[in-house]
Write a protein of this length. Structure first.
Length: 94
């Protein structure tokens, strides 16, 4: 969703967690078997929103996280993952 200025807005506000946008990716083996995201670790995503108690991270930071503990959400055609603090393993430094 975008506002009047064309800036992307997120219609979710996490309370004690991270809201991360991910690129949809499909990984398959040479024989055509599709592997789920949880088998292709680690997972990377960009923080779209933060809960009020989250420290050390900012919106637009890229993080490494454990995908198997994420809550998968689809809002306005965009896939988001809701993560608890212990699922976020690292921040990618630029």
């Amino acid at each position: 969703m975008t506002d009047a200025t064309g800036t992307k807005t997120v219609r979710l506000k996490p309370m004690t967690t991270y809201l991360v946008a991910t690129e949809a990716s499909v990984t398959s083996t040479g024989s055509g078997l599709v592997l789920p995201d949880t088998l292709t670790q680690p997972s990377f995503g960009k923080i779209e929103a933060l809960g009020p108690d989250v420290k050390g991270f900012a919106v637009a930071d890229t993080v490494v996280f454990k995908a198997e503990s994420a809550v998968d959400l689809h809002v306005d055609g965009i896939r988001y993952l809701l993560l608890k603090a212990d699922s976020v393993m690292a921040k990618v430094l630029q």
